[in-house]
Write a protein that binds this ligand. Structure first.
Ligand code: NAD
Length: 283
């Protein structure tokens, strides 16, 4: 395995920009790829802005911030990632675009480059199958927002080598994350447990006829949850949760995995939670 010095991040949306920020702060030269120069520049600006806020809060020195920002290059050219030691993909959550991208990366990147996907609910094994190097394809599942959430799941797909898993785990730790290694099963560890649990919470709203406020209060005080389930789903995004629940249901066929009708209706009505200004709560 190569020593990881340069990291490529593909897709600089909510997750990719956060991952790129972690990478430059940890001292990795980082190449971010977006579909247009405007989207790439907007992501670089957002990252620069977040790091400035960290300076203002006294968490980072100005010189460290400037050095971190200087480690980031943004591009629209996939070929610019040819020399990366590790590439982390964070594009749309659909199998065909991910497989097409991995096939291209397989062609462009060095033979020893490790290719990682940040997928939440797709099969890492299926994504790896689009390449000729499945032993070097691994899942690196960060949580949103990536700079703040302490966990990363390192996912070993069917043909991933132990060495690739360890290399990805080492990077995860250097990015400041707690690392859990797991196998490639739907939802990995956290979502496998959390998605049906949150679905049950939403069903309990209607069955027990309680308000979101009452349910959140009950789970905080009766189960020791740090945040109520309705607050959490609003934060995650109703659309993101419904999409992940549908993906898990499709794979596992367990009724608890299917998104409750109430959440699907909220998604269809554009009540997406915090990001749209309204979900269970109004923001
Ligand atoms: N949002 C979450 O809570 C969350 C949490 C963990 C994992 N994930 C996973 O991370 C991935 C990205 O999710 P997100 O929420 O950041 O999505 P997002 O829509 O915010 O960002 C995706 C970005 O990828 C870009 N993109 C699309 N195709 C591209 C390509 N071929 N090359 C370069 N850029 C491309 C888009 O322009 C967009 O900016 C998904 O697989 C998702 O399941 C999301």
């Amino acid at each position: 395995m190569p020593e990881i010095r340069t990291i490529g991040v593909i897709g600089l949306g909510a997750m990719g920009a956060g991952i790129a920020q972690l990478a430059i702060e940890a001292g990795y030269d980082t190449v971010g790829r977006e579909v247009t120069a405007e989207l790439g520049q907007a992501a670089a600006d957002r990252i620069g802005h977040f790091l400035t806020r960290r300076v203002e809060k006294g968490q980072l020195e100005q010189g460290q911030r400037d050095a971190a920002v200087a480690r980031l290059t943004v591009t629209t050219e996939l070929e610019a990632l040819a020399d990366c030691d590790l590439v982390i993909e964070a594009i749309v959550e659909e199998i065909e675009p991910k497989q097409a991208l991995f096939a291209e990366l397989d062609r462009i990147c060095r033979a020893d480059t490790i290719l990682a996907t940040n997928t939440s609910a797709l099969s890492v094994t299926e994504i790896a199958a689009a390449t000729t190097r499945p032993e070097r394809v691994v899942g690196m599942h960060f949580f949103n927002p990536a700079p703040l959430m302490p966990l990363v799941e390192i996912v070993q797909a069917e043909l991933t080598s132990d060495e690739a898993v360890e290399a990805a785990a080492t990077v995860g730790a250097r990015l400041g994350k707690e690392v859990v290694r797991c196998h490639d099963t739907p939802g990995f560890v956290v979502n496998r447990v959390l998605i049906p649990l949150l679905n049950d919470c939403v069903r309990a709203l209607d069955e027990a006829r309680v308000t979101p406020e009452a349910l959140d209060m009950a789970m905080k005080n009766g189960a020791g949850w740090p945040m109520g389930p309705c607050t959490l789903v609003d934060l995650v995004g109703i659309d993101v949760h419904v999409h992940a629940a549908e993906a898990l249901y499709e794979k596992l066929r367990e009724p608890r995995m299917a998104p409750p009708a109430r959440l699907v209706a909220m998604k269809n009505a554009g009540l997406l939670g915090r990001k749209s200004g309204r979900g269970f709560y109004t923001y």
